[in-house]
Ligand binder design. Structure first.
Ligand code: CUA
Length: 335
């Protein structure tokens, strides 16, 4: 190998290491789990990484040895012995991977059953129906303190409690994933998958769609907020108390909402299914990715696709300035 090529190979490795160093956000890190399922899965990740490192070390050692031992030397010309096939070697490199896979398979199957057994009892556990759409998430609380309601993009759970999730799909394949809490699960249209998650401590965690689902896939984010029991009860109470517009601007905004938005955002049989916005004012994000402020709201309303490619929400760019202001006032105040 020429020195130039060696440096090229080394710089590719250095670049990969740099890129991997970007995965350190604890809210989005499967290697520093904050949930019970995440802990169990980390043991499997560690085992598989150790096996891979072992294989890597052996292969690289042989590789480097051969590079040096049989390199081209000045003044030495020799014909290397030509070998075609070796039954012994074939058996060795078939049997070793079988053994390694068996070492990996046994704890994986055990953990799968342990995870299933640890699932909360459905009668008393908090049950949430999660639905993936291009490119957003709906969360329907089925029994939160005896109440049933919907929200979107922001999943709130009580910390220290196992929460039972029913995963539904409506358009294409997605994958529900909160790396710091638990492994991912497929979102399959026409099929209901189930899983449970918990967060040991109150905190904010990042969720992702982990299945390539179209132009907006990379931006199909959501947040998980784990609250103390008291804060969670307050949040449920707030979500289930209807918002009544107070000011003239809010009331005018409500009219504009009913004329322009409600067919997708509250209608049971919408043309395009959109998130429930009845408590939009309590959210921390717009479209799951932008900070919750008027500048971003205007940007989103006027041209959703400029924010999230492939978004199915139509442009609301035909309102006059006053109408837009009122609509935004209504949305931001809906708490
Ligand atoms: Cu939904 Cu990727």
């Amino acid at each position: 190998m020429s020195r130039q090529r060696l440096w090229r190979v080394l710089s590719v490795f250095a670049l990969m290491a740099l890129l991997l160093a970007g995965c350190g956000d604890p809210r989005l890190n499967a290697l520093t789990p904050k949930g019970t399922a995440g802990d169990m899965q980390l043991d499997l990740i560690t085992l598989s990484i150790l096996i891979m490192l072992g294989v890597f070390a052996v292969v690289i050692t042989i590789f480097v040895y051969v590079l040096i031992r049989y390199r081209k030397k000045k003044g030495v010309t020799r014909e290397v012995k030509q070998v075609h096939g070796s039954t012994l070697l074939e058996i060795v490199w078939t049997v070793i991977p079988i053994i390694l896979l068996a070492i990996l398979a046994v704890p994986t199957v055990q953990t799968t059953f342990k995870l299933a057994a640890a699932q909360p009892k459905t009668e008393d556990a908090l049950k949430i129906k999660v639905t993936g759409y291009q490119y957003w998430w709906e969360f329907e609380y089925l029994n939160a303190n005896g109440k049933r309601f919907k929200t979107a993009q922001e999943l709130h759970i009580p910390a220290g409690e196992k929460v039972y999730l029913e995963i539904h799909g409506k358009d294409v394949l997605h994958s529900f994933w909160v790396p710091a809490l638990a492994g991912k699960i497929d979102v399959v249209p026409g099929r209901v998958n189930t899983m449970w998650i918990d967060a040991k401590q109150p905190g904010k965690y990042q969720g992702k769609c982990a299945e390539l689902c179209g132009a907006g896939h990379a931006l199909m984010d959501f947040k998980v907020y784990a609250h103390s029991k008291g804060d969670f009860d307050n949040w449920v109470a707030q979500q289930t108390t209807p918002y009544k517009p107070q000011t003239v601007a809010e009331k005018e905004g409500e009219k504009i909402f009913k004329q322009n938005c409600i067919s997708c955002h509250a209608n049971p049989n919408p043309k395009i299914k959109g998130p429930d916005l009845s408590k939009f004012g309590t959210r921390e994000t717009i479209a799951g990715i932008l900070s919750h402020n008027e500048t971003n709201l205007k940007k989103w309303l006027e041209d959703p696709e400029s924010v999230k490619p492939g978004a199915r929400m139509p442009k609301i760019n035909y309102l006059n300035d006053q109408e837009m202001k009122n609509l935004m006032e209504y949305l931001m105040k809906s708490k």
